[in-house]
Design a protein around this ligand. Structure first.
Ligand code: NAP
Length: 324
């Protein structure tokens, strides 16, 4: 049977990469994509003529419900904080039967692990707590209610728990993993679903982390400054320490949480069950290319360098270009 796929977020960073991967791997699969912007829809169709556009947004609740009803596999890769779309997907999945279950693969994010820093308003304090998706599964399924993304995860989990024979859920929670490695894992889960579950685990055992190593943002900042300086984009590799909350928060929005909190998780499940092997360059290895890309995007590379910018400006512009 050729599976019918329904995907949200196909015009985004993660979903866009995944759309490329899934259409290349399975050109025969029927793919429908929820797209809210007609210009972006036209671009998608020109790139992927076989996909079907579902024109709508997360307020198109009954439309989403109908699409999920018709789909075999749903990839929710748009907004892991939107309870409305999660509820619409959960409702659509209830139309499925044990003979034709609905496989729901939901992208979340490991900001869910930073709740202690949020509660205690700490920034730059090292915490050793590490989550894992194998023997630490129970903890992942029961994160506290004030954890980021938890409200949406609960909706997805509850859908799977309500009738595990009809609704098969998997939550994939990425950190700053290379987007191609992440797409590989979405694809492995999709292929497992298409095979009736495959080696993947679902529902109360369907929680997957996708880490490919750990790092501290301070090291990333220093590496960016070093590379940007070597390339002549900034005059010095010296890095200034920004004080917590101010001006970090002012300069970088949620900077103190993004760069000063702790999010540690180990991905065992995907490696063990699906043979997922992240093989792309690490974030630190990607920095020279990212710095060049940002310099080009800012029109600075063409000027031969942005000598007027400081290292923290460089961090901000490059930071926006990496997966958060
Ligand atoms: N990027 C990462 O490294 C990372 C890491 C961990 C978790 N995540 C999570 O993964 C998900 C996708 O991230 P991303 O980086 O790909 O985000 P993104 O580039 O901002 O893409 C978001 C996608 O969702 C669509 N979307 C957002 N709101 C919508 C709405 N109301 N109706 C219809 N479509 C809507 C966007 O459509 P438009 O193109 O029309 O805006 C776009 O296709 C997010 O939940 C994010 O938190 C991402």
């Amino acid at each position: 049977m050729i599976p019918h796929i329904f995907i949200t977020g196909a015009t985004g960073y993660v979903g866009g990469d995944f759309l490329h991967v899934i259409t290349a791997a399975h050109p025969e699969w029927k793919i429908s994509a929820l797209v809210r912007n007609s210009e972006k829809a036209a671009k998608l169709i020109s790139e992927y003529p076989t996909i079907r556009i579902v024109a709508g947004d997360f307020d198109s609740v009954s439309l989403i419900e109908e699409e999920v009803k018709d789909a075999d596999i749903v990839f929710q890769i748009a907004d892991c904080d939107h309870t409305g779309v999660a509820s619409a997907i959960a409702k659509g999945a209830t139309h499925h039967t044990t003979d034709r279950p609905c496989w729901v693969i939901h992208a979340s994010g490991t900001a869910s692990f930073i709740f202690e820093d949020m509660r205690e308003k700490t920034c730059g304090i090292e915490r050793t707590k590490e989550y894992n998706d194998w023997d630490g599964l129970h903890e992942l399924l029961n994160l506290p209610d004030d954890a980021c993304h938890r409200d949406v995860e609960k909706i997805i989990l509850a859908a799977g728990q309500m009738d595990p024979q009809r609704i098969k859920t998997a939550i994939l929670s990425p950190p700053t993993v290379h987007v191609h490695d992440l797409s590989d894992l979405f694809l492995l889960l999709g292929e497992a679903a298409a095979a009736g579950g495959g080696n993947a685990t679902w529902g109360n055992e369907g929680y997957y982390l996708s880490e490919m190593g750990s790092y501290a943002w301070g090291d990333v900042s220093r590496a960016i400054a070093q590379v940007a300086c070597e390339k002549g984009y900034i005059p010095t590799a010296e890095v200034t320490n920004l004080e917590e909350n101010e001006p970090v928060g002012e300069t970088l929005g949620y900077g103190s949480l993004m760069w000063g909190s702790n999010s540690r998780g180990t991905s065992i499940r995907a490696r063990k069950l699906l043979g997922w092997t992240p093989k792309r360059p690490t974030l630190l290895e990607e920095i020279p290319g990212i710095v060049d890309g940002q310099a080009r995007a800012l029109g600075i590379a063409a000027l031969g360098g942005f000598k007027s910018l400081t290292s923290s400006d460089a961090l901000m512009s490059v930071g926006l270009g990496v997966a958060l």
